[in-house]
Write a protein that binds this ligand. Structure first.
Ligand SMILES: Nc1nc2c(ncn2[C@@H]2O[C@H](COP(=O)(O)OP(=O)(O)O)[C@@H](O)[C@H]2O)c(=O)[nH]1
Ligand SMILES: [Mg+2]
Ligand SMILES: [Zn+2]
Length: 214
């Protein structure tokens, strides 16, 4: 019974995601779904990305959190548009919530919409939001076993961002291990090592982003 209901929910979500994808494609907007654990640095990475591309690429953000408008406020402080979805307890975003958010944004001047999903490496992987590309982010303090433990998040991603590399010298985090594990799950995964704090490694990530937009 439970399985049947889950299948139905996922099928309905797929329809909605397909409609989002078509709508954004017609408007020539690149949409990215960003997935990671809480605190790994999604919002900080987005702030840095927006600031570094200012005047060149216009980015809007859809924020997902259980509650509060805090992340949307951080993004707005950069000058970019941000819509906050408060899921009121749900641990992932659904495509229908994203549809509403897209229609709340002023999308006339937007090149890229980045969705910061609810901090969770588990069920967001199962919910297509209508994105063109999926980015999974892992940070150094979380440990290098994340791919092994949460394979689906990596197998379905196009990009892996390894964040907080400024902390590598303080922690036992084997970058090669996580890269090897990730590439086993997805052989053409693009991997960038970054520090959202210092801006290290951003050049390659931003190049990928701007190239993918074209
Ligand atoms: N040292 C260091 N701290 C970072 C980096 N990126 C984010 N942080 C810190 O990690 C914490 C969580 O960041 P946040 O962007 O809110 O994570 P989110 O929950 O994934 O959106 C904050 O205290 C950030 O300042 C980084 O590259 N290096
Ligand atoms: Mg955040
Ligand atoms: Zn969930």
């Amino acid at each position: 019974m439970k399985l049947k209901i889950n299948k139905k929910i996922l099928a309905k979500n797929e329809d909605c995601a397909a409609a989002n994808r078509k709508f954004l494609k017609d408007k020539n907007i690149l949409c990215i779904n960003m997935i990671s654990s809480p605190g790994s640095g999604k919002t900080t990475t987005l702030e840095k990305t927006i600031n570094m591309l200012k005047g060149k690429v216009n980015i809007a953000v859809i924020e997902g959190d259980l509650q509060t408008q805090l992340d949307a406020e951080r993004i707005r402080a950069t000058g970019a548009q941000a819509i906050q979805i408060e899921t009121k307890g749900a641990c992932h975003l659904s495509a229908a919530q994203v549809t509403n958010a897209i229609h709340t944004l002023n999308i006339d001047q937007i090149d890229i919409i980045i969705i910061e999903n609810v901090g969770n490496l588990v069920c967001p992987s199962d919910f297509d939001l209508g994105e063109e590309k999926r980015v999974v982010l892992v940070s150094v303090p979380e440990g290098d076993e994340k791919c092994a433990k949460y394979p689906k998040a990596f197998a379905k991603a196009d990009v892996l961002l390894i964040n907080k590399i400024d902390l590598l010298e303080h922690l036992d985090f084997d970058v090669n291990r996580i890269k090897k594990d990730a590439l086993k799950l997805k052989k053409d995964l693009k991997i960038f090592e970054i520090s959202a704090k210092t801006g290290d490694g951003f050049e390659d990530w931003l190049n990928w982003l701007t190239k993918t937009k074209k």
